[in-house]
Design a protein around this ligand. Structure first.
Ligand SMILES: C[S@@+](CC[C@H](N)C(=O)[O-])C[C@H]1O[C@@H](n2cnc3c(N)ncnc32)[C@H](O)[C@@H]1O
Length: 370
């Protein structure tokens, strides 16, 4: 968990009044999310302020093709933001956001951009046009990719990640020893096999092009240190922010979709708040342990019949997590959020700043059937 003492705030947010109010802001840890178009927000960020940029831009591949998802044939449709506007317009867009990123990068900073064949050549060419120094093209291999349904191509199983420094004069950061250590004492190659996001990474909602946290952790470990400032201009579900938090980096991020920005915030808050909640049974239920023999409750067809249950206890708890402490400083049972806040305001903790409120519903059912 990132501690405020680990970071050295080097930029005052208030010096940049032309920026919109952030959708999420944690000044202590320096995590900031702006909702909007990165072409408008990047120019308002301070020049030469960022150590590392990870960008996962539109791939321009949602154009009526087909793919295989969960064993079914489906149209490729990630959203309007992913539709091609034609090769020239796509390239112009890539040049524009890359130039805006180059301006905010520190002289020795680096940028990592992921993409497939639909976009990556334009990104690479734009980088050359803008005077970035190309360092590596990483091949990210995805084990178990979906099959190619048309049977007219090889199965698409990789993405490319271009790594570039701000300019030819950059003395870029590369944590070579750490990478070698992570690779069992041998030099790490530019081919990385990393599985797609695990189910736990999608527990707050799904994004059609979500990257695995492990991929972002590898990138941040390779080219940044604790306390460095990371920027993601296409945040999506918030993967870069989650990885940055876990590795004690500061993060600024931009996302134009409100739904995605919300999803990213849910993931970030879950990282920030680690509280132990426990359920306490206060009704004195006589829960005599009985032997559990599942075979006896099976029907003739092998299906388990569901026993009848009786609701014994129902409770709605609200836990108030303090901004400074990052732990539960007040808890109360109440029927609604408004009632919980009312009780908080009348409590001795009323003067404390609240970071978030966690609501839990507990229901205890007694099994009364066979
Ligand atoms: C490929 S996804 C990023 C996925 C992300 N890496 C993740 O792991 O969830 C690209 C995201 O950029 C957003 N986007 C597209 N154009 C944008 C723009 N001009 N400014 C800001 N965000 C944009 C889309 O809404 C989408 O969520």
């Amino acid at each position: 968990m990132l501690k405020a003492s680990n970071v050295t705030p080097n930029t005052s947010w208030n010096n940049w009044p032309q920026l919109p109010a952030p959708a999420f802001d944690d000044p202590a840890l320096q995590i900031r999310i702006y909702q909007g178009d990165c072409l408008e927000i990047l120019p308002a960020l301070p020049e030469e302020s960022v150590d590392l940029i990870f960008a996962d831009p539109p791939y321009f591949l949602s154009n009526g093709g087909i793919t295989c998802h969960a064993g079914r044939m489906v149209r490729v449709d990630k959203g309007d933001w992913d539709r091609s506007r034609g090769a020239d317009a796509n390239h112009e867009f890539n040049r524009a956001w890359l130039a805006a990123c180059q301006r905010v990068l520190k002289p020795n900073g680096t940028i990592w951009v992921s993409g497939t064949r639909h976009v990556i050549y334009s990104v690479g060419f734009a980088m050359q046009q803008l005077g970035f120094k190309l360092l590596n093209d990483i091949t990210w291999v995805k084990p178990n990719p979906p099959p190619n349904l048309s049977c007219r191509y090889f199965t698409h199983a990789t993405e490319t990640i271009l790594w570039a420094a701000k300019s030819d004069r950059s003395r870029h950061k590369f944590n070579y020893r750490l990478m070698r250590q992570l690779n069992g004492g041998r030099q790490m190659k530019s081919v990385w096999t990393i599985p797609p996001p695990e189910p736990w990474e999608k527990r707050f909602g799904k994004h059609p092009t979500q990257k695995p946290v492990a991929l972002l952790e590898r990138i941040l470990l390779a080219a940044s240190d604790e306390g460095d400032l990371v920027l993601d201009p296409f945040l999506g579900s918030g993967t870069t922010a989650v990885a940055a938090l876990r590795l004690s980096r500061m993060v600024w991020a931009i996302e134009q979709s409100g739904d995605c920005a919300d999803l990213a915030q849910r993931r970030i808050v879950a990282e920030l708040v680690q509280v132990d909640l426990f359920v306490c049974c206060t009704k004195g239920l006589d829960l005599v342990p009985r032997p559990v023999d599942r075979s006896r409750s099976r029907t003739r067809h092998g299906m388990t019949s569901r026993p009848l249950t009786k609701l014994m206890q129902q409770e709605r708890m609200f836990y108030f997590v303090g901004t400074d402490e990052r732990e539960v400083i007040f808890s109360v049972t109440a029927r609604t959020m408004e009632e919980a806040w009312e009780r908080f305001r009348n409590s001795p903790k009323a003067g404390k700043d609240i970071f978030c409120v966690i609501k839990t519903e507990t229901e205890i059912y007694l099994a009364v059937g066979k």
